[in-house]
Design a protein around this ligand. Structure first.
Ligand code: GDP
Ligand code: IMO
Ligand code: MG
Length: 425
C-alpha cells in the first residue's frame, strides 16, 4: 500500500466526496489549504454547504473555496461552478467581517451565473413532479441545463457593456418559455450591484492553474457533493447536475487526472444522504436517531435531516476504482463512540447472488441488499486523540479493516469538526 502523507502534501491534490456528499470536504480543505498555493473549487453551486471551523469561527461556505482563510492561498472558482452571486457576495461579506482578505479570490469569467429564473424553475419543477428529487432548491439543475443549451449568462456577460441587452433578451425568453413574470428592471438593478462587487475578482483561472503547474506550486482541487451524486456516474435521476467526480476537475481547470498526485476520497465513518434516492445501508429506529443527534446530521444548506446509514464499502470501492482515488479521508470517527457494535457493508446481494457495485442508476441501487460484517465498538471519547496508536484498539481495528477491504490507505481521520481535530497516519 503506497501511503503518501497528507500532512506535508506537495504537488497537486484533489478532495473528492466518495459518497452522497457532506463528508467533511470543507474541513479537510481548510486543513490542507495551509500548504496550498491554490485552492480551486471545480463543480456545483450554492447547493454545496461546506462547513469550516477554525480560529476565525464557524462558517458554512456554499460558493467560496474553503481555502479562503489562508491569506497566501489563491482561491479559484472554476468555470464549471454554477455561480450563485447572491451566495458569493454574502460569503465575501461574512469572511471580510472576520478580517479575512479577499485579495486572492478569482472567479472564472466563463462560469455560468445562477439567475433568479433558475431558482424559480427548480422550485416549480420539484413542486410539480410526483417523484421528487429533493433538490436543495438552489437552481443548480436549471443553471447547468441552460449552460448545456448554450443560453446561460456567464460572469463575463455580467461585467460586459451590453449586459442589460443580454439580460433583457433572456428574461423575455424565460418569461415566455416558462410562463414567468420576471421584471427586467428589478433584476438588472440587483445584478448591476453584484457586478460592481465582484468585478475586481473576475478573471481567467485556467491560465493561472497552468502557470502554477509549471512552477510546481501546490494546487488543491475542492469538489462539491459526492461521487454518487455525479450527473454521469451517480444514481440518476437522484443526482445533482455537475461532476463531483474526477471528471469535474478537467471540465473546470483542464487538468488531466494523470496530473494529480494525490486523489483523496472523503467519507464519514458512516454514510448520509439528504434528499431522495436509494441508500442501501440506511438506518431506521433508535440507531438512526442516535447518529443524527450525535453527528448533528442536518443539511448545511437546507437544514433538512440527513438520512444516516452504515459505512458502505461497496460504494467507496466503486468511487476508488472510477476516480483512481489514492487514499481515503475518514471523518467523524468520534460520532461512532459508544456503540456496542459497528456494521460495515462489504458486498451487495441481489436475487440471492453476491456482487460488487457496477455503475448503475437509482433503480439499480434500489434493490441492492447490503451484506454486513460486524465489528466491536469502543466506549472512549476519542475527540482529543491525535495519534493513531492512541485510539482505542477497536477504533484502530475499524480503520485497519477498512484499509484492508479498499486497498488504499486511510491517511486522514477526523475526530471533531475544528481544524486540527484530526489524526494523520
Ligand atoms: P461537506 O459538504 O463535505 O464539506 O460537509 P458538511 O460541512 O456539509 O458536513 C460535515 C459536518 O460534519 C459539518 O457540520 C462539520 O462541522 C462536521 N464535521 C466534520 N468533521 C467532523 C468530525 O470529525 N467530527 C465531528 N463530530 N463533526 C465533524
Ligand atoms: P456538499 O458539497 C449533500 C443533493 C440534494 C438532492 C440532489 C440534487 O455540501 O456535499 P441539487 O440541489 O443539486 O439539484 O439536488 O443532490 N445534494 C447534496 N447532498 N451535500 C451536497 O453538497 C449536496 N448538493 C446537492 O439533496 O438530493
Ligand atoms: Mg455539505
Amino acid at each position: 500500500m503506497n501511503r503518501k502523507s497528507l500532512k506535508d502534501w506537495t504537488g497537486t491534490a484533489a478532495v473528492i466526496g466518495a459518497d452522497f456528499g457532506d463528508s467533511g470536504k470543507g474541513r479537510l480543505i481548510d486543513e490542507l489549504a495551509t500548504r496550498a498555493h491554490i485552492v480551486a473549487r471545480y463543480n456545483g453551486g450554492s447547493n454545496a454547504g461546506h462547513t469550516v471551523k477554525n480560529k476565525y469561527g464557524k462558517f458554512a461556505l456554499h460558493i467560496m473555496p474553503s481555502g479562503i482563510f489562508n491569506p497566501k492561498t489563491i482561491c479559484l472558482i472554476g468555470k464549471g461552478v454554477a455561480a450563485n452571486l447572491e451566495s458569493l457576495v454574502l460569503e465575501m461579506e461574512t469572511v471580510k467581517k472576520v478580517g479575512v482578505s479577499l485579495q486572492n479570490l478569482l472567479i472564472d469569467e466563463q462560469a455560468t451565473i445562477t439567475m433568479p429564473w433558475h431558482l424559480m424553475r427548480d422550485g416549480l419543477r420539484e413542486k410539480l413532479r410526483k417523484a421528487k428529487i429533493g433538490t436543495t432548491g438552489s437552481g443548480v439543475g436549471p443553471t447547468y441545463a441552460d449552460r448545456a443549451e448554450r443560453v446561460g449568462l456567464r460572469v463575463k456577460d455580467l461585467i460586459s457593456a451590453d449586459f442589460k441587452e443580454k439580460l433583457f433578451e433572456e428574461i423575455k425568453i424565460q418569461n415566455k418559455f416558462f410562463n414567468l413574470k420576471l421584471s427586467g428592471a428589478d433584476i438588472f438593478k440587483k445584478y448591476q450591484n453584484f457586478a460592481k462587487m465582484i468585478k475586481p475578482y473576475v478573471g481567467q483561472t485556467i491560465a493561472l492553474v497552468k502557470r502554477a503547474q509549471k512552477e510546481k506550486k501546490n494546487i488543491l482541487f475542492e469538489g462539491a457533493q459526492g461521487f454518487f451524486l455525479d450527473i454521469d456516474s451517480g444514481t440518476y435521476p437522484y443526482v445533482t447536475s455537475s461532476n463531483p467526480g474526477i471528471v469535474g476537475i478537467m471540465r473546470s481547470f483542464v487538468v488531466h487526472p494523470s496530473e494529480i498526485d494525490q486523489v483523496v476520497g472523503i467519507t464519514k465513518s458512516y454514510i448520509t444522504r439528504v434528499g431522495e434516492g436509494p441508500l442501501p445501508t440506511e438506518l431506521k429506529g433508535r440507531l438512526k436517531d442516535k447518529i443524527i443527534e450525535r453527528g448533528h446530521e442536518y443539511g448545511t444548506t437546507t437544514g433538512r435531516q440527513r438520512r444516516p446509514g452504515w459505512l458502505d464499502l461497496v460504494l467507496i470501492k466503486a468511487a476508488i476504482l472510477d476516480n483512481k482515488l489514492t487514499s481515503l479521508a475518514l471523518t467523524k470517527l468520534d460520532v461512532l463512540s459508544n456503540l456496542p457494535e459497528i456494521k460495515i457493508c462489504t458486498l451487495y446481494k441481489k436475487a440471492n447472488k453476491l456482487f460488487e457495485y457496477q455503475s448503475g442508476d437509482a433503480e439499480y441501487l434500489a434493490d441492492c441488499q447490503p451484506v454486513y460484517e460486524s465489528l466491536p465498538g469502543w466506549s472512549e471519547d476519542i475527540s482529543g486523540i491525535r495519534k493513531f496508536q492512541s485510539l482505542p484498539k477497536n477504533a484502530q481495528k475499524f480503520v485497519k479493516f477498512i484499509e484492508k477491504k479498499i486497498e488504499v490507505p486511510v491517511n486522514f481521520i477526523s475526530v471533531g469538526p475544528a481544524r486540527g481535530d484530526a489524526i494523520y497516519t
